[in-house]
Design a protein around this ligand. Structure first.
Ligand code: GLY
Length: 408
């Protein structure tokens, strides 16, 4: 220690304390450091191990896991035409990305291939994005296989056939025109599927796919999103003059309630739309939707299936909504200029992931899935408090996003 420091011990202590406090403040406001409270690698390892265990359980190529219901331990499978068919191949692609394992790559390719059959029947819903972008889209991102590229362009053209220029949106559920008397209907989930159109427009596809995606996002913003930034599940439109007739629900508690996964799809979709367009209206919308979601989260941090179910707290949770929101908010945080907003969405996402990774929500040895406690379609009595494949998909996606953000 120098003579000067001996002479002024109090001053030295003050300077050192000041420097320490400054570093501590920077540490606390740095989004990356907040991630240090959650160790992402063991959770990625857990997902890869569980994916491998499902593969080892004599899964056939036409077996596409969808859910594990209460009291069950093994996946119930669906065929390629189910809206959830793309999530299992998508998980295999992410597990390959996380592990670099060549055998996992082969499995991802093997389970992606049968989904070519999706385009062999007439398009009858907006879910082509979930089905084919999660599977072939991730496959192309990781392998640059030209056959995946060409197939994705066809998929995007097929999805675009459901676009109604009079209304300005894609017809999400053609079957509901007759069944529910909804002449043209668009659901908030559809926002996520616009990614396939944006991808095609910038990868050699028809440039009008970009315009369709933008118009759909704008029309959805004006109709599906309410003034308090909660979201209707379904918007119903007139097919003659295209006007918005009403907002209703299909999977939520009531027409005016806030269905948890819908809020997740919305914030995910508008964050992605900002990435693809640079339009700040989409960014602001994503922030408002995320803020509404965060404001209304219950004390334990994971949403009930619908924020307005009067049975709360005796109501099922929806881990899938939390996983979708976590993935969305991680990306959203990267577009924030202000450090405190960056930290806000990053920390909110990490806290959702930490909660999902706790024994309350992690399936561990209980069943083949990564996560427990999702709710698919409560009003129909289906997939309540269950493990559902899209919860696992978005959980793994969010873990990978977090890992990449920590590395870069
Ligand atoms: N896309 C249907 C759902 O979120 O359940």
């Amino acid at each position: 220690m120098s003579t000067q420091n001996k002479k002024y011990p109090r001053l030295t202590a003050i300077i050192f304390t000041g420097i320490f406090l400054l570093f501590f403040a920077v540490y606390c406001t740095s989004p990356e450091k907040a991630g240090a409270q959650f160790n992402v690698q063991p959770m990625l390892d857990y997902c890869v191990e569980k994916t491998q265990a499902t593969l080892n359980s004599q899964l056939m190529e036409d077996s596409l896991p969808r859910n594990v219901l209460q009291g069950q331990t093994r996946w119930n499978d669906v065929g390629i035409h189910d809206w959830c068919s793309g999530f299992w191949p998508g998980i295999l692609w992410y597990a390959y990305e996380a592990s670099g394992d060549a055998a996992m790559l082969q499995n991802a390719q093997k389970f992606t291939e049968p989904l070519r059959g999706v385009l062999e029947v007439p398009v009858d819903n907006h879910d082509l994005g979930f089905m084919l972008y999660c599977s072939f889209g991730n496959g192309y991102r990781l392998t640059k296989d030209p056959a995946y590229h060409d197939f994705l362009l066809k998929a995007a053209d097929s999805l675009a056939t459901l676009f109604n220029p009079k209304v300005g949106t894609i017809l999400s559920w053609p079957a509901m025109r007759e069944k529910m008397g909804w002449p043209h209907n668009t659901i908030i989930d559809n926002m996520v599927n616009l990614e396939l159109l944006f991808w095609a427009a910038k990868n050699g596809g028809n440039p009008t796919l970009y315009d369709i995606a933008v118009r759909h996002a704008e029309t959805s913003m004006e109709t599906l999103v309410r003034s308090d930034y909660s979201i209707y599940h379904v918007a119903v439109f007139d097919t003659i003059d295209g006007h918005f007739i009403k907002g209703v629900t299909h999977q939520g508690y009531s027409d005016n309630s806030m269905w948890a996964r819908g809020q997740g799809w919305g914030m995910y979709g508008y964050t992605m739309c900002y990435r693809e367009t640079g339009n700040t209206r989409f960014l602001t919308m994503a922030e408002k939707l995320a803020d509404r979601f965060l404001e209304r989260l219950p004390e334990d941090g994971i949403p009930y299936w619908d924020f307005d179910d009067p049975a709360i707290p005796n109501s099922p949770k929806d881990a899938s909504a939390a996983a979708v929101a976590a993935s969305a908010m991680l990306e959203l945080s990267t577009y924030m200029q202000a450090a405190e907003l960056k930290a806000k969405y990053y920390n909110a996402a990490v806290s959702l992931l930490a909660k999902l990774s706790s024994p309350e929500y992690l399936s561990g040895d209980a069943n083949q899935a990564f996560l427990l406690r999702s709710t698919g379609h409560k009003p129909a009595g289906s997939e309540i408090d269950a493990s559902i494949i899209y919860a696992d998909y978005y959980y793994l996606e969010a873990l990978l996003r977090l890992k990449n953000m920590e590395v870069h």
